[in-house]
Design a protein around this ligand. Structure first.
Ligand code: ADP
Length: 446
């Protein structure tokens, strides 16, 4: 692999560029007109403008991206996360053009993109699921019948869902018709597909996910779990590795089950299986067939570079190590810092007048910010990921508090003050939280 086109922007484009650079691989950045001065464009070996600001005309413009790959002579495409990363048609087209797609096989992207198909596959492979409907709901009567069986509260979810959209809770039979109707309408509007399914709504779960990696020679390993329970509107804000509630035996047991399933599936490259965990039980909710935003906590925990591993296996290399050689050291935590008001979460794009990143032992900042950079209003509001590693969880928290105090992003509003407040909270410090904790914390603050 001599040259990789990075079909993304922002911190993740930079992240991928860095891995390529260290491996002696040249990079091609693509960008919209709004991103002409972006850091990923400045640092890449070559860059190609692929369209106007709107994502559908640029970062989602398959023809423009494939043309950019052709004219620059790229050998492979890394999709990052978001945009085209879980678009099976895009992966197919990349491969049809003789380029390597740095990600899973298109058939698996398609399978896991349909959450009903994903759950079916996991059921067949013996992975535990959240109880609910088998397949799509044909009618509100069926929803009522399944809900009576699994017991209220229940959740109606979009088969094509993502980003927490198309999800509605029904707490009793009186609410089921409304939940069914709203979920379907939202799903149709957001994803163009109104297929919905039903799951038991767990009242106090943690979100725990497992990072996996597979080569094209039948080797599958896992890099342990991430606890992503700190969410607002089903969006993750803080992630840690490992989970404060799992021990090594529980991690090993889940890891063995999942890697066995993915070996049977013939999975390729990186992926994440998401579970809800309650009362010591795991229940699969979905699989993401891409690199995730929160992958750095796993890298800090295991001392590996997941993007380099993705590049190696995409080039056909075998993993070259097995599960027993993967070690988990200390504890890592990530804060997602977004350009939003820390109280109202109103978007806050604009010019960054001063940017100062924290440093020191065990501190990593993945960001495409620089002083004078104007955060465009057209894209995701994530502007920096502050990731720390400590020998223990309490050292990691102390390091995060210290780093958050050092960090300066002036000129725009960011969620830095919210992260500072979370780190001071005794319940967070005790690791005592569920997926509902952060919503309550935010409500208490305002
Ligand atoms: P999306 O793809 O939209 O992110 P997920 O299926 O990954 O949807 O769910 C997102 C979040 O919604 C989970 O992390 C969890 O907080 C919550 N959630 C999903 N399913 C359930 C459930 N059955 N019970 C309780 N909470 C759930």
């Amino acid at each position: 692999m001599g040259k990789v086109l990075i079909a993304n922007r922002g911190e993740i484009a930079l992240r991928i560029h860095r891995a390529c650079q260290e491996m002696g691989i040249r990079t091609v950045a693509v960008h919209s007109t709004a991103d002409a001065a972006a850091m990923h464009v400045r640092l890449a070996d070559e860059s190609v403008c692929i369209g106007p600001p709107a994502a559908r005309d640029s970062y989602l413009n398959v023809a423009a991206i494939l043309s950019a790959a052709a004219i620059t002579g790229a050998d492979a495409v890394h999709p990052g996360y978001g945009f085209l990363s879980e678009n099976a048609n895009f992966a197919e087209m990349v491969e049809a053009h003789g380029l390597a797609f740095i990600g899973p096989r298109p058939e698996h992207i398609r399978m896991m993109g349909d959450k009903i198909a994903a759950k079916d596959a996991m059921r067949r492979l013996g992975v535990p699921l959240v109880p609910g409907s088998r397949g799509a709901l044909a009618s509100v009567e069926e929803a009522r019948a399944v809900a009576a069986e699994v017991k209220y509260p229940v959740l109606i979810k979009a088969a094509a869902g993502g980003g927490g959209r198309g999800m509605k809770v029904a707490r009793s039979e009186a609410e089921i018709e409304e939940a069914w109707r709203v979920a379907r309408t939202e799903a149709k509007a957001a994803f163009g597909d109104d297929a919905v399914y039903l799951e038991k709504y767990l009242d106090r779960p943690r979100h725990i996910e497992l990072q996996v990696l597979a080569d094209t020679h039948g080797n599958v390993v896992h890099f342990g779990e991430r606890d992503c329970s700190l969410q607002r509107r089903h969006q993750k804000l803080v992630e840690e590795a490992g989970s404060p509630v799992l021990n090594a035996a529980e991690r090993d047991a889940l890891g063995a089950q999942v890697t066995r399933a993915l070996r049977e599936l013939g999975y390729r490259n990186a992926g994440t299986l998401e579970f809800l965990w309650q009362d010591g039980q795991f229940a699969f909710i979905e699989m993401n067939t891409r690199l995730q935003v929160e992958h750095p906590v796993t890298e800090m925990l295991c001392g590996i570079d997941l993007v380099k591993e993705q590049l190696r296996v995409a080039a056909g290399e075998p993993l070259g190590y097995d599960q027993s050689e993967i070690r988990f050291h200390g504890h890592a935590i990530e804060c997602r810092i977004t350009a939003e008001d820390p109280d109202t979460f109103a978007p806050s794009p604009g010019r960054v007048t001063t940017y100062h990143a924290p440093g020191g032992l065990g501190v990593r900042v993945d960001s495409a910010l620089y002083s004078g950079y104007a955060v465009p209003p057209h894209y995701d509001s994530l502007v920096a990921k502050l990731v720390v590693h400590g020998v223990t969880r309490s050292e990691a928290i102390a390091r995060l508090r210290r780093s958050l105090a050092e960090m300066v992003v002036d000129g725009i509003s960011t969620t830095l003050p919210l992260h500072r407040a979370i780190m001071e909270d005794p319940e967070f410090q005790a690791g005592d939280y569920t997926i509902h904790w952060l919503e309550r914390f935010v409500a208490r603050r305002t």
